[in-house]
Design a protein around this ligand. Structure first.
Ligand code: SF4
Length: 420
């Protein structure tokens, strides 16, 4: 049997901890070829494989193109040549990430449609908790959460809930009973979201999930219960009595981002029609622009969405509007790369936020938030606007206000949105 040369043996041993084996076969072969030629170290295999993976996912040409162009331009030899090539690749990737990305005319390829089953399960997990991203280092609304269902039917490329829970969404059995066990302080106001680990409307009332949640809201008038969705599945909601302390919110984005990155979720026009129907029924609605994405055409498109909202809804129908940016914890970045498929969500300039999460540079976020906030004029006089996961500095720059403590924000939110 023919023996593999020593370096190839070594490369085979290194590849499992890199993205090399996740690449398309032609790209894998090319990375192996240059790794052997330049005797890459483990770190170098990792870096080049990651660059190749990003290029595949971003639909920004191939590694071969960049590498061969750099090789042709270099006259140095030996170790210096390798170093210069890697530096060039690094620079090119940074450029692609920080330039304004452009979505192609023909949308990014959708992942295969997943058939997600909703299954009841009697678990001992805590249903009630704090928003997982709550922090004292950012200006936080103090959202509480009820995870009635864990798992999502949609496949947004910036989210990993679907990777985590797979093709089964788990609904808590005996939900109404479990909700009754939640101990709330009757002397304080709560804002409780139900769409953090799933979508609040997509399941309709399967398993009695809506009845249980609406019943909980009716029994707890000191709660603002938020049903958050990217769907247009509102029939089951409108078929029921909706307590006055329920808000139905839509996570919104531009047509470009929905078409390219929010796979399986309702189109923008359908979300807006759904919100209009719910608002006309007397239930207050809310809108989340989260994550806002920076790409060619973003300013016009986000401005258009704001204009559509202003033309359709009266401020009295709207409980709040929030804005947030693309933010990732580091393991999610790696999970998105491992999952693969076409997406440009990681094609962005990334800097660490106060928690080490990766997000846009502050000046870019401020520019996006200010633009959208300005497009809502004159709504800010009557509708409550807030930022999610942002520092006091960003708040001041965008909204011209902030809160000294999260407790003050939480109380103001409840006062402005629950007691209206
Ligand atoms: S501001 Fe955002 S991150 Fe902070 S508690 Fe509210 S929803 Fe969670």
């Amino acid at each position: 049997m023919k023996q593999r040369p020593a370096y190839e043996e070594k490369l085979a041993g290194m590849q499992d901890d890199t993205l090399l084996t996740a690449l398309a076969s032609e790209t894998q072969a090319y990375v192996r070829q240059v790794a052997i030629e330049y005797r890459f170290t483990f770190q170098e295999v990792r870096m080049v494989s990651q660059a190749a993976r990003d290029l595949e996912m971003w639909r920004e040409g191939g590694l071969r193109e960049i590498w061969e162009e750099a090789e042709a331009a270099l006259s140095v030899a030996g170790r210096e040549r390798k170093k210069a090539l890697l530096r060039e690749l690094d620079l090119r990737m940074a450029e692609l990430a920080s330039d304004e990305k452009a979505y192609p005319e023909d949308p990014m390829v959708r992942p295969e449609r997943r058939a997600v089953r909703l299954e009841e399960s009697a678990t001992e997990r805590a249903l009630f908790g704090r928003c997982a991203a709550y922090s004292d280092r950012t200006v936080c609304c103090g959202l509480h959460t009820i995870d009635a269902v864990m798992g999502c039917a949609f496949s947004c490329s910036y989210c990993t809930i679907q990777t985590f829970y797979g093709d089964v969404a788990e609904m808590q059995a005996d939900l109404a009973e479990r909700l009754r066990e939640i101990e709330l302080d009757p002397d304080r106001l709560y804002h409780i979201g139900t769409g953090q680990a799933s979508d609040s409307l997509v399941w309709g009332d399967r398993g009695g999930v809506l009845d249980a949640l609406l019943g909980f809201a009716a029994e707890n008038p000191n709660v603002l219960l938020e049903l958050k969705t990217k769907s247009d599945n509102f029939d089951a909601l409108l078929a029921r009595d909706i307590p006055a302390n329920v808000v139905c919110s839509w996570s919104l984005n531009t047509d470009t981002i929905i078409r390219n990155e929010e796979h399986g979720a309702a189109a923008l026009s359908r979300r807006l029609l759904a919100a209009q129907s719910v608002a006309e029924s007397g239930c207050r609605v809310g809108f989340h622009f989260h994550p806002m994405v920076h790409y060619r055409g973003w300013a016009d498109e986000y401005g258009d969405v704001a204009a559509r909202l202003i033309s359709v809804f009266s401020p009295a129908q709207v409980a709040f509007v929030s804005m947030g940016s693309m933010t990732f914890i580091r393991p999610v970045v790696q999970q998105i790369r491992r999952r693969g498929g076409e997406t440009k969500v990681l094609q962005m300039p990334m800097v660490p936020d106060p928690h080490g999460k990766l997000t846009y540079p502050e000046d870019l976020k401020i520019e996006m938030f200010r633009h959208l906030y300005g497009a809502f004029d004159p709504w800010p006089n009557e509708v409550f606007f807030y930022l999610c996961m942002e520092t006091a500095q960003v708040w001041d720059a965008v909204l011209g206000r902030s809160y000294a403590t999260n407790d003050l924000f939480e109380r103001d939110f409840a006062r402005r949105c629950l007691l209206r």
